[in-house]
Design a protein around this ligand. Structure first.
Ligand code: IPD
Length: 306
């Protein structure tokens, strides 16, 4: 199995690098037809370009010739089929050809091609490449997470060790506005953002007064938000409404960096189900208090978040 994962990751790396070049080339022709922009369905803030489609088709056909028995889930394939699918135990490649399509169109340099693999429904291989910044993030289960193949994540650990925050008030959070702009959805989202940003006691959220976080950032790519947490440059990722192709590859990288992810269902601590579209992640790091495990500290932050 170990050997297979290595082979799968190597192939995923070659694909994200090849596709990264295509994305960069295409971005030069910002307004030409290769970047013809479509609004998915009726929603003008959910975009797809020709490049999304070309890249997904390329990845799909190359994976299919190399691993004909494997399954494939891709953002644009799912959108074209107009339906969702279940995840089986078979090896399944989960692909977002361009995470951050709006960024790609605007040259906002947080764009990623994401290739993840699940086996027995567990994410085990992840490759995320940002061609604008030439940053490649990779991981396979049990082998650590890396930036550009040789820098271990999180970045400053273990020397000097980065300590986990001891409360939400020390946390930098990454989150997204998402593409659903209905006033109900946005209303909920902004109430939550308000609660995170306001002083403890001012606003209640859920059962408790919410803590004040240090700040909230939004890169426009859920995958790269999660990568920020894996790097140790942000403490918490939270998003409701993105999809498994946005998170699967980055989730392997996050876990291999020592981070954890749960579904954003409240203070339960079930491991994430990638199909649930609610994601809350906390980074790894060293112990903040000598007598507690890293995981206990992480789960405490998860509970505090709610
Ligand atoms: C989107 C981005 C965005 C998130 C949306 C996703 P796409 O992916 O990850 O950050 O808020 O929910 O759909 O459409 O650019 O691949």
């Amino acid at each position: 199995e170990e050997k297979n994962l290595e082979e799968y990751l190597e192939f995923a790396i070659s694909l994200v690098q090849e596709c990264g070049q295509i994305i960069l080339e295409a971005s030069k022709e910002r307004y030409s037809k290769i970047n013809k922009i479509y609004e998915k369905g009726e929603n003008p803030s959910d975009l797809v370009t020709e490049t999304d489609k070309i890249v997904e088709e390329l990845i799909k056909s190359k994976l299919n010739s190399k691993f004909p028995d494997h399954k494939f889930v891709g953002e644009e394939t799912a959108a074209a089929a107009g339906k969702h699918h279940g995840l089986t135990d078979e090896p399944t490649w989960i692909v977002d050809p361009i995470d951050g399509t709006t960024n790609f169109i605007h040259w906002f340099p947080f764009v990623a091609v994401c290739i993840g693999l699940t086996i027995n429904k567990e994410p085990v291989v992840g490759a995320v490449f940002n061609p604008f910044l030439n940053q490649l993030y990779t991981a396979r289960k049990g082998n650590g997470a890396y930036l550009n193949l040789n820098t271990k994540l999180p970045l400053s650990s273990p020397n000097p060790p980065i300590t986990l925050p001891s409360s939400l008030s020390q946390c930098l959070v990454v989150s997204e506005y998402g593409s659903n702009r209905s006033s109900t959805t946005l209303g909920k989202k902004f109430r939550s953002v308000h609660s995170l940003m306001s002083k403890p006691g001012d606003v209640t959220w859920g059962k408790k007064n919410a803590g004040l976080v240090r700040g909230i950032r939004s890169l426009g790519s859920a995958a790269l938000d999660i990568i920020q947490v894996a790097k140790g440059e942000a403490d918490i990722f939270w998003e409701i409404g993105c999809w498994e192709w946005d998170v699967t590859a980055a989730l392997v990288i996050l876990r291999e960096s020592g981070g954890i992810m749960v579904n954003g269902n409240g203070p339960n601590e079930e491991p994430v189900n990638i199909l649930e579209r609610k994601y809350l992640a906390v980074r790894g790091g060293s112990l903040y208090a000598g007598d507690k495990t890293v995981e206990q500290s992480q789960l405490r932050l998860v509970r505090e978040f709610w």
